[in-house]
Design a protein around this ligand. Structure first.
Ligand code: HAM
Length: 419
């Protein structure tokens, strides 16, 4: 056993599986790139107050899961638990909201939540996300949702469903909250649940215990108490999703773990993952920018879990990205051949081919074993006699067939074989 291990709940991403990770991370956002979302790279840690105010003090994320510490200047900073608050901070700080609206941004990277680690739940998790800020238009909600949906589908994933609801706005949510609390306080709830009903009554609707489920089966639902404006907004979103051919189911009991959501709220759920079935989620946030000291502008976005998407693909028996490390493996036998093959490796790499070389003067047998292990389709083999003859042995590793090719023709020959 080594002296050190990675921190609990923090995965390492190693080859060859890391190839899949990179393909998923980049693939998930390709639809966003094509829809005009610009890349942002934001701080991994921020002022603690940003998350407390942005995400909400009453959420588990803020009250129990943040990695918060004092830096050497005694400022309280927090490793970002999510992306939206930081994006909003940057938009306000750099006045992006004073320019062309909506501001459309995309991001990817690690986020940190002190959760109990289990399959699909990590303390350092990887997300990709987008935010579209400054315009409250149902068509934009539909675009954001469609971009996430397309992100998953482009990877070949299809065993997921999109759940959707509206959490209302500030003209109907406060009344609904009261109505729900009235209902909940009339029930025979335990102390903890009663407290939750006091602080965040919606969370009680998300309680997984059967007897609580039963008691709350007839609870009033936000979707039945939307204001006229919120109702119309939601109907328009559905109309756009229908037109875009995005399938969804309405889940009026959906509860998200972050406080900023208003109106359209959604989650992507995959049934092949066990308990941690949420592969992505998002929604509109009407009050967030103002809450953080900016203008009173709305926004909408999503965060998709890269780790869970990788697991979901595995559950569907699918792979994406490069499965083999290299395509060509060079086996030089002796000094003159080393020079010849190093030069050829350089030319092939310049032509876009992934090439590795057997280093360390291994014998033919050991080097050929390394070639097989590399996953390459082709080996280039040369010794002193080949160098004298001006040729290289080009070997198809699957069939074992080998032919001599003139040094100047090797690049063309290999490219043709790989095409
Ligand atoms: P979230 O639902 O908290 O939303 O996280 C988004 C996704 O990140 C989840 O659906 C899940 O796939 C993944 N995820 C969350 N926690 C973990 C974990 N501990 N381990 C592995 N994966 C995890 C947000 O973070 C919002 N900022 C999304 C958003 C953007 N809403 C509007 N704009």
């Amino acid at each position: 056993m080594s002296d050190f291990q990675a921190p609990k709940g923090v995965p390492d991403y190693l080859p060859p599986e890391s190839g899949q990770f990179v393909a998923v991370r980049d693939g998930l956002l390709d639809a966003a790139r094509r829809a005009g979302y610009g890349h942002v790279e934001l701080p991994i840690f921020e002022d603690t107050a940003l998350f407390a105010r942005g995400v909400g003090e009453s959420t588990d994320v803020v009250s129990k899961e943040m990695y918060t510490f004092a830096d050497r200047g005694d400022r309280s900073v927090t490793l970002r638990p999510e992306g939206t608050a930081g994006v909003m901070r940057a938009v306000i700080e750099h006045n992006l909201d004073r320019g062309q609206l909506p501001v459309k941004l995309r991001y990817s990277g690690p986020f940190f939540r002190y959760e109990r680690p289990q399959a699909g739940r990590y303390r350092q998790l990887q997300q990709v996300g987008v935010e579209a800020i400054g315009v409250d238009d149902p068509a934009l909600d539909a675009e954001v949702i469609a971009v996430a949906d397309e992100g998953f589908r482009a990877l070949g994933l299809d065993g997921f469903r999109l759940e959707l609801t509206s959490l209302g706005d500030d003209t109907c949510r406060p009344q609904y909250r009261e109505l729900l609390q009235e209902f909940l306080f009339a029930l025979d709830l335990d102390e903890d649940t009663r407290r939750r009903a006091q602080i965040n009554p919606l969370r009680v609707l998300d309680d997984k215990r059967p007897h609580v489920r039963e008691m709350t089966a007839a609870a009033p639902l936000m979707i039945d108490h939307l204001s006229e404006a919120a109702r119309q907004h939601f109907d328009a979103v559905l109309g756009h999703l229908d037109a875009l051919g995005v399938n969804y189911v309405i889940n009026p009991r959906m509860v998200r773990g972050l406080d900023y959501y208003t109106k359209t709220t959604f989650e992507f759920v995959h049934d092949g993952l066990g308990a941690q079935s949420g592969i992505g989620g998002g929604g509109r946030y009407d009050g967030l920018m103002k809450q953080l000291g900016g203008q009173d502008l709305s926004g909408i976005g999503f965060g998709l879990g890269v780790d869970r998407t990788v697991l979901a693909l595995a559950a569907e028996g699918k792979t994406v990205g490069e499965t083999a490390r290299v395509e060509v493996f060079c086996v030089p036998l002796g000094e003159p051949a080393k020079l010849v093959l190093a030069t050829l490796a350089g030319r092939l790499r310049a032509a876009g081919v992934r090439v590795d070389v057997a280093y360390g003067d291994r014998g033919l047998k050991g080097a050929m074993r390394a070639a097989d292990r590399s996953g390459a389709r082709i080996a280039l083999v040369a010794g002193d006699r080949d160098v004298e003859a001006g040729t290289v042995g080009v070997k198809a590793l699957q069939t074992g067939e080998q032919v001599d090719v003139g040094v100047d023709d090797v690049v063309t020959d290999v490219l043709a074989r790989l095409a």
